[in-house]
Design a binder for this molecule. Structure first.
Ligand SMILES: [Zn+2]
Ligand SMILES: [Zn+2]
Length: 480
């Protein structure tokens, strides 16, 4: 009785509160810590910064940070990580710059936070600057950091840099090998992924379920059906890796790609694990591409049952109906969506230029160069039309006339980013664009033709994969 809490006892309590987002108890402990004069202890303050950050009280976290007499490395790390995790990456990066100015050197934790920030921002210039810093400090030999870099470059669309980072690693571990495999997979480089896998086995790395997820996904992204099926077979028979739901999802995608929709459906039915929305989502995607309305409807029912609030499923079913010309059914699905108050996420596309990320939404007119962008877009649309491209207006979810639909689809964010990119990115350099949703079929066709007409490589990263457009073709083979 009468024992007073000290730093050793309060820190784990604060960390537990942060873990379960128990803000009220955390605040109470904060009060005790103030009363007992514990805020001079850096570790206590760091734990509190983490607590407020995790509970979304960034102002309180920043206040504590700025009130510290001396900011230690462990506290700089906390404040950067808290911002990055909350998606406020620009602020996180701002703190990194302040930290460097204050003469504090980074450690592994800060650098990994920062590389994550570069990834979320899609900022290549910043990634290169952080890479330079890593080289200067000699931290490039650190496997965790090098793997984060490799992964980052792949996600920024620069696969060649990922390969370079990997080739410079001394004794890469299983995580690094798998990260390289994942990079090939997301870029649809199935053959390279298979070669990499063979090499990984020869080097004595033991493949696990993550390795096989990326290998199967590489096969499905590249249309390597037979190869994928054979890997799916040997993963358990040779390597003893029990197939999980994500592996089934890749195989369903593979079968769907080759038009074997019924086989895919049968596979789902005999899965020993409960199929999730990833598995059904792979099949509904195949139904859209193959125009199979009957199966599409059935799969949509499963998806609605799993997650009635996911607007993507309604859009997918509506697209299946529209593509088959069943407008009435398509509008029924959209009415249902409206009735359930589901809102479609607004699409937006990003492109980096001149130390800045330029963001576009549909019909955006906020860019300072908006007039030139629209002039360029009009020129591209005219050239595309002359080359025989017609707008796929079924991708517009509005009950309006065709002309209005064309106008809406022609202002999709990807098209604006492409027009802007062509104006500002040096000739010979590819345009690298990030899209927050899956690219629509119309923009996909548009990008293919622009890559041919303008003789320019265009790389678009959407939520599912990378599309590399060149000479009128896309690396996804029009299946995504
Ligand atoms: Zn589009
Ligand atoms: Zn594509």
């Amino acid at each position: 009785m009468g024992l007073k809490p000290n730093e050793v006892t309060v820190i784990p309590v604060i960390s537990t509160c942060a873990g379960v987002r128990e803000l009220d108890v955390g605040k109470y402990i904060h009060g005790i810590a103030v009363k007992l004069g514990m805020l001079l202890e850096v570790k206590v303050v760091n734990a509190l910064i983490n607590l407020y950050g995790k509970c979304g009280y960034l102002e309180a976290a920043c206040c504590l940070f700025e009130g510290m007499p001396v900011q230690s490395l462990v506290s700089w790390n906390s404040i950067i990580a808290v911002h990055v995790q909350m998606g406020l990456v620009e602020k996180g990066v701002g703190y990194f710059i302040m930290m460097r100015r204050a003469g504090v050197n980074c450690d592994q934790a800060t650098l990994v936070s920062l590389l994550l920030a570069c990834e979320n921002l899609g900022f290549r210039k910043l990634a290169e600057a952080v890479h330079c810093y890593i080289l200067n400090c000699g931290l490039d030999k650190n496997l965790t950091i090098a793997t984060a870099l490799l992964d980052l470059y792949a996600k920024l669309g620069i696969l060649s840099d990922s390969c370079k980072v990997f080739s410079e690693m001394i004794n890469p571990d299983a995580v690094a090998w798998t990260a390289m495999l994942a990079s090939y997979a997301m870029h649809g480089r199935g053959r390279e992924a298979m070669e990499h896998f063979e090499l990984l086995i020869r080097e004595g790395v033991v493949p696990d379920h993550v390795t096989f997820t990326h290998l199967l996904s590489a096969c499905s992204h590249s249309g390597l059906v037979e190869e994928g099926e054979s890997y799916f077979k040997i993963m358990y028979e040779v390597y003893g890796v029990e197939p999980r739901v994500e592996h089934y999802s890749c195989v369903v995608d593979l079968l769907g790609r080759s038009g074997l929709l019924n086989d895919a459906y049968k596979l789902i039915k005999r899965m020993p694990v409960e199929p999730n929305s990833g598995v059904w989502g792979a099949l509904i995607g195949a139904c859209r591409v193959r125009g199979n309305i009957e199966l599409g409807k059935e799969v949509a029912e499963q998806l609605f049952a799993l997650d009635p609030s996911d607007s993507r499923n309604y859009i997918m079913l509506s697209n299946i109906y529209s593509a088959a010309g069943q407008w009435r059914d398509a509008s029924k699905v959209r009415a249902l969506m409206k009735q359930r108050s589901l809102i479609r996420n607004p699409g937006c596309s990003y492109i980096e230029h001149g130390n800045k990320i330029h963001r576009f939404v549909m019909g955006d007119q906020s860019h300072p160069d908006t007039e030139q962008i629209y002039n360029k877009l009009e020129e591209l649309i005219r050239k595309n039309r002359e080359a025989g491209f017609t707008s796929k207006t079924e991708y517009v979810l509005h009950d309006v006339d065709r002309e209005v639909k064309e106008d809406l689809i022609n202002k999709h964010s990807e098209k604006l980013a492409i027009a802007f990119g062509l104006l500002v990115v040096n000739a010979g350099m590819p345009l690298i664009i990030t899209k927050n949703l899956r690219i629509c079929g119309d923009c996909h066709g548009f990008a293919k033709l622009v890559s041919l007409i303008e003789k320019r490589r265009i790389i678009i990263r959407d939520t599912k994969r990378f599309h590399h457009f060149s000479n009128g073709l896309c690396s996804c083979g029009d299946y995504w």
